[in-house]
Ligand binder design. Structure first.
Ligand SMILES: Nc1nc2c(c(=O)[nH]1)N[C@H]1C(S)=C(S)[C@@H](COP(=O)(O)O)O[C@H]1N2
Ligand SMILES: [Mo]
Length: 514
């Protein structure tokens, strides 16, 4: 058998194993899939600068690219397994065992994982080794078949691609097909299970009036005043979406408290629910970036939950934990300074989508999401920064990170080709905690800053849309925008990268008018 074919048997056998593991994981717990387990581990081990680089280079595609890279590595090693199996089956199988040991170890040692997390990897191993054995046997037969055929050809002058060669091709096809079917089924089941949950939430005790009409209705290209759930940005360390059963979900508040308390989902819904319009922002958002969004959240005030537990005097941090042990730190003083911090269960009139934290998440205005917006939250521990570290504080990100005021140009797009004459420049701006958005200004070609017209004022924790009519003359132009907060302070022009406490600087883009 030639080398290429041997490598192919290794690759297909491994893909069949991985696909079987993925399928089983989709039925048990998607995160235990061999691919996802390794991918998540890679995310956690990736140094912060590399992560920043990947997010800036690939944006939302960072995760598919990561999974793709893991798969390329697996394909190379499994090709080697195929080559080894050709010499001696046990060597090839041994390499597969080593290969599977990685996701198996990662899956069981991830925080919150039980021993059953190893099952998908074991299935991957059994299916992978069985497929390799079958393919290696078919290949050996095909080789001896073609030897025989060569001998036969010498005798009879006949052509020699005998039935055993066909047997090998059929076997390769069967294994490839089975891998595709199992992998596809696994993906379908995982996405079916992660669909939104169909339950009715109670209304807020004092519902907010509907949001005013947004500028997006007048000018295309401006981000909607309220971002629909399926368009809302998503940032988290998960490759998949955790499937949390709201009926068995609980939230425990413990640590430096008078008494530990545990709430069920029904306990939360039985409390007076409030509605708040809050703009969420990611610390990884670059100036002009898309990791920011406004939504209407339904939930209970965080303070009410903390009061039921009775916060002690030592704590300076709320260390929140999600369903699988991921930890986020929040400065206690800021979370409880009177701002509208929530445990949210609803988003834009629906239960939280699974991607956004179903059944419950934290939402705290004015703080970047990485220290305030824990999704799939199950525990809040009152503790100190000295005693306990969280995911990002372990990675040297800031602990106190208020959202920096910023304005984003949504239209025109960078490098757009515009017609001369009237054009609309527009976007969104936010300045939580600084008296909200006071003004938004635009600067053309480095000239004077001009005030724009503002959209509806929802509240100081919410972003504000803006626009300016611009009589564009032919040629290339530079457009910049900045926000001036309610206290009269303009957004800083000093450039900063997202790490460690959020980006700053002024967005400026170039367009061509003809
Ligand atoms: N459990 C969990 N919660 C999390 C995260 C995470 O990785 N895991 N990421 C945080 C970050 S960095 C941000 S910016 C917000 C994003 O919330 P969204 O995905 O709903 O927009 O969630 C926060 N909550
Ligand atoms: Mo974030």
């Amino acid at each position: 058998m030639n080398r290429l074919l041997a490598a192919l048997t290794g690759v297909l056998a491994t893909l069949a194993g991985v696909a079987a593991g993925h399928l089983v994981a989709s039925l048990l717990e998607p995160a235990t899939s061999p691919v996802l387990a390794v991918g998540s581990q890679v995310i956690d081990l990736t140094p912060t600068p590399v992560k920043e680089w990947a997010i800036s280079q690939f944006g939302d595609r960072d995760k598919p690219i990561l999974v793709g890279s893991v798969l390329v590595g697996v394909v190379l090693l499994s090709a080697l397994a195929g080559l080894l199996a050709r010499k001696r089956f046990a060597y090839g199988a041994a390499l597969l065992v080593l290969l599977v040991a990685v996701p198996a170890t990662v899956a069981v040692t991830r925080p919150g994982a039980g021993a059953s997390a190893v099952v998908p990897s074991l299935v991957a191993l059994v299916v992978g080794v069985a497929a390799l054995w079958w393919l290696a046997r078919s290949a050996a037969r095909s080789a001896s078949g073609s030897d025989a055929a060569r001998a036969g050809r010498a005798a009879h002058g006949a052509d020699g691609s005998g039935p055993s060669r066909r047997g090998l091709l059929v076997a390769l096809g069967v294994v490839a097909g089975a891998a595709a079917v199992m992998g596809g089924a696994g993906r379908w089941i995982a996405s079916y299970r992660s669909r939104a949950v169909d339950i009715d939430l109670p209304a807020a005790a004092e519902p907010l009036p509907p949001l005013p009409k947004g500028l997006e209705e007048r000018f295309s290209g401006i981000t909607p005043l309220r971002v629909p759930n399926d368009e809302f940005y998503r940032v988290d360390t998960r490759l998949d979406v955790p499937i949390v059963d709201h009926e068995s979900w609980t939230l425990t508040i413990d640590g430096d408290v008078d008494q530990e308390v545990t709430f069920t989902f029904d306990d939360i819904l039985a409390m007076d629910l409030v509605e708040k319009d809050i703009t969420l922002t990611c610390v990884s958002n670059s100036v002009g970036g898309k990791y920011v969004g406004g939504a209407r959240w339904l939930g209970v005030p965080l303070n009410e939950l903390l009061d039921r537990a009775g916060v002690g005097s030592r704590a300076d941090q709320i260390l929140s934990t999600d369903v699988d042990g991921m930890k986020i730190s929040t400065p206690l003083a800021l979370a409880t300074d009177g701002r509208d911090a929530l445990l949210a269960v609803g988003m834009n009139g629906e239960p939280l989508p699974r991607e956004h934290g179903f059944p419950a998440r934290m939402v705290i205005p004015g703080l970047y999401g990485f220290i305030s917006a824990t999704k799939w939250v199950t525990r809040m521990t009152l503790t100190t920064y000295d005693e306990q570290q969280a995911y990002w504080t372990d990675r040297e990100w800031a602990t106190d990170a208020p959202i920096k005021p910023s304005s984003r140009i949504d239209t025109p797009r960078a490098l757009a080709q515009l017609d001369a004459g009237e054009n609309v420049i527009g976007g969104v701006a936010w300045a939580q905690g600084n008296g909200g958005v006071g003004r938004v200004q635009v600067r053309i070609d480095g000239g004077p800053w001009e005030d724009t017209e503002l959209g509806a004022d929802v509240n100081n924790d919410y972003w504000r849309q803006w626009f300016l009519r611009w009589d564009a003359t032919p040629g290339q132009h530079r457009i910049a925008s900045r926000v001036i907060d309610g206290d009269g302070d303009p957004q800083t022009a000093v450039r900063a990268n997202p790490f460690p406490e959020g980006s700053s600087g002024i967005q400026e883009l170039i367009v061509t008018v003809s």
